[in-house]
Write a protein of this length. Structure first.
Length: 326
């Protein structure tokens, strides 16, 4: 009820009377009053005026389950939601619930991660009060070999949502980074539990630099935040809700098609690698090529210096000008 009251207050142009809330939820005025007080304790500034009702005055940048649910407009994605003030890793928690039979589409969000994970075992920093750390548990009906496509679906959905909410020129660095002004704002890590021909579950984790004002010296040249780029703060729970809405639509379309074809053209428009010289890093082999975009399976198509074309599935691709790479 508390999340629904918050949603109604957010959507109201004026005051909501206590009686309106009582009638809507079929509860007593005391129950409404308790919910309003709980919201106040969480930092929401709510004005109460006799004979008028309640009006929300200020909304804090706090990630809570109620805050996310108050602006979430999905059919099923993230309807089950777990929030933690602190956790080792949202991916770890999602994987544990996946093994225990957790519901498809469950979202795990943390204010702080103590052992956040990036690709290749790297650590992902999650400062309290300024970043987004979340993971989604999925049970897709597809071949395990197709699961890597889901990383690209999340990158696409997050880019679309963040561009919409921030008006920043955010792009995708294939396969799993979001960038703006040549610097990284987000990374994605996908982990899977599967049999030979069956997926038990997939966990997609995403970390986003939102309201950081600075970064440690060792990453300051390669990392940035939405706040630094836009010059203003953003409410993280609103960004989370928007990402989940875009992800649900893209995920359903891709699962139905069995490929990335429904989003491929739009994805390539957002791909900063497209039309640029890239350096492809493969085990014991590196080469320069021109990136042409992804195909419907998510492989990066490149044109080598001799004019031949190759599909890049694994390995890390560096883009000239991104992160200071040559």
């Amino acid at each position: 009820m508390k999340a629904e009251i918050l949603k109604m207050l957010r959507q109201s142009d004026g005051y909501l009377s206590g009686q309106q809330l009582c009638d809507h939820f079929q509860v007593s005025r005391t129950a409404v009053w308790k919910a309003i007080n709980q919201l106040k304790e969480e930092g929401y500034e709510i004005e109460a005026v006799r004979n008028k009702g309640y009006r929300i005055v200020d909304i804090p940048d706090r990630i809570t389950a109620d805050a996310i649910k108050s602006c979430l407009e999905t059919k099923w994605m993230a309807k089950n939601l777990e929030y933690y003030d602190e956790i080792d890793s949202t991916n770890n928690r999602a994987k544990a619930l996946g093994e225990a039979g957790g519901a498809d589409g469950t979202l795990f969000v943390a204010e702080t991660q103590t052992a956040g994970k990036g690709r290749r075992g790297r650590c992902w920093q999650s400062p309290a009060g300024s970043s987004i750390s979340m993971s989604i548990l999925l049970r897709p009906v597809m071949n395990p070999s197709d699961a890597p496509m889901l990383t690209l679906v999340m990158a696409y959905a997050a880019t679309k949502a963040l561009r919409e909410k921030t008006e920043l020129d955010i792009g995708i660095k294939w396969p799993n980074d979001l960038v703006v002004s040549g610097k990284k704002i987000s990374g994605i890590l996908t982990e899977m539990s599967a049999e030979i021909d069956y997926i038990n579950h997939v966990v997609i984790g995403i970390g986003i630099n939102v309201n950081m004002e600075s970064f440690p010296e060792d990453i300051a040249k390669t990392a940035t935040s939405l706040r630094i780029e836009a010059g203003k703060e953003f409410r993280r729970f609103e960004l989370i809700a928007a990402i989940m809405e875009h992800f649900e639509k893209a995920y359903e379309a891709v699962c139905e098609a069995g490929s990335l074809e429904p989003i491929m053209e739009d994805y390539n428009r957002l791909l900063v690698n497209c039309g640029r010289r890239v350096r492809v890093l493969e085990p014991e082999h590196e080469y320069d090529a021109l990136a042409l975009g992804i195909d419907k399976t998510g492989e990066l198509q490149v044109e080598c210096e001799d004019g031949s074309r190759k599909s890049v599935f694994a390995g890390e691709v560096s883009v000239r000008g991104i992160y200071g790479y040559v």
